[in-house]
Design a protein around this ligand. Structure first.
Ligand code: DCP
Ligand code: MG
Length: 379
């Protein structure tokens, strides 16, 4: 284990720092397949697409395959050209889900403040850990050991005082890495960070930033908050803070929310906004009927999108008042769809659900801020 910066959170005099860990499994689907199928070990495998399959895409590749340049979201054909002996393996989501649940049980030994981002990633707030260990680095070490010992898989961990820095840290020494970035090094670290590494900066935004001569955190830091917002919308506020080491976003434990919704997998991938709108209108109709049947009104509207490469994202918006109105549900769903990057996408599934129901006129869920639209990078 290497520590990038060797100072300790607990030695800082001012103890208001949070202790955040970001855990990310290494080559997740591929590692699970290699664990369960000894014949795949040491081999270049790709989970996801099939070489003959229509529009097959690699969900993830083993490290042996990555040496040949095989990457997530790459068309199977391209992957096979780069690595002719590549073995394609069909994904087993039920198994990945089970591993994810077991991981969560391990995390729960240390804290209940767990925010899963996907099956293979989670934030943990261990400012106050259940076992009184005190050191976030030690906890990250123990979690990695438990994942190895109990699940026979490896994970990489990032440890810092905010979600943003912890997430970047977990990626720095993959696989099987543990990286700590202490508070006094964050600003310097952020200044050197290339813009494409900023959470929420996709290909399109990164290109836009580069065209403006913005290549690193230090470049972003030269802009005022107003300028950042003018060019990059709401996310500008976030960029302004994080380049200065400020990221107050809390680890939000997953709440079991009751929801009512509908979703549909399409026989062919949707590529145009018109098609997507049409499907959203149809699905909104189903949701509306379901809400009426059960006499429910929800305040939070969530859209789920699954892409042809199996990636799943959700976007949600909370209204001031609970609703079951078809027009509001349809329009909000369309707006949420438009808050995602729609350039060159292939969508396999769309879903709409309502949650945050009002029972006897009282919000069922307390913590949501009325009217809050989650920023695009908060998945
Ligand atoms: N995934 C996917 N499609 C993508 C990206 C990822 O289906 N375009 C799936 C497969 C991955 C899992 O999500 O195994 C986790 O994604 P990561 O980006 O964390 O990738 P890996 O865990 O595979 O690799 P790494 O070791 O870089 O974390
Ligand atoms: Mg991963």
């Amino acid at each position: 284990m290497k520590l990038l910066f060797n100072n300790s959170l607990t030695r800082e005099t001012n103890t208001t720092y949070r202790k955040i860990i970001h855990i990310d499994m290494d080559a997740f689907y591929a590692s699970v397949e290699q664990r369960d199928h000894p014949e795949y070990r040491g081999k270049a495998i790709a989970v996801g697409g099939s070489p003959e399959g229509r529009g097959g895409v690699v969900a993830t590749a083993s490290y042996e395959a990555r040496k040949f340049g095989v990457r997530s979201a790459m068309p199977s054909k391209t992957a096979l050209r780069l690595c002719p002996h590549l073995v394609f393996v069909y994904p087993r989501f039920d198994v990945y889900k089970e591993v994810s649940q077991k991981n969560r049980e391990i995390f729960r030994r240390y804290t209940d403040l767990i925010e899963p981002l996907s099956l293979d990633e989670a934030y943990l707030d261990v400012t106050e850990d259940k076992l009184g260990i005190g050191s976030a680095i030690e906890i990250a070490k123990q979690i990695k050991q438990a994942i190895k010992g109990e699940l026979n898989l490896t994970a990489s961990a990032g440890v810092s005082v905010s979600k943003f820095v912890a997430k970047i840290a977990s990626d720095l020494q993959k696989p099987d890495g543990l990286t700590f970035i202490g508070p006094s090094h964050i600003e310097e670290f952020m200044e050197h960070l290339p813009v494409e590494k900023f959470y929420g900066v996709g290909k399109v935004t990164a290109e836009k930033m580069k065209a403006m001569g913005l290549h690193t955190g230090a470049d972003l830091k030269r802009l005022t908050e107003d300028e950042l917002v003018k060019h990059f919308g709401k996310a500008g506020h976030f960029y302004y803070g994080v380049v200065r080491g400020i990221d107050e976003r809390q680890v939000q434990p997953h709440r079991e929310t009751k929801s009512a919704g509908a979703e549909d997998t399409f026989p062919y991938d949707l590529t145009t906004v018109e098609e997507m709108d049409r499907e959203l209108e149809r699905i909104a109709g189903l949701v509306h009927k379901r809400l009426q049947k059960h006499n429910l009104k929800g305040r939070t509207i969530t859209v789920k999108i699954k892409y042809s490469d199996f990636r799943v994202i959700t976007r949600n918006h909370s209204l001031v008042h609970a609703t079951d109105d078809l027009r509001i549900i349809t329009n909000t769903a369309k707006e949420l769809l438009r808050s995602t990057d729609l350039a060159d996408v292939q969508i396999r599934l769309l879903g709409i659900s309502l949650s945050n129901f009002h029972e006897h006129g009282v919000a069922a869920e307390r913590k949501n801020i009325p009217g809050q639209l989650r920023l695009p990078f908060q998945q």
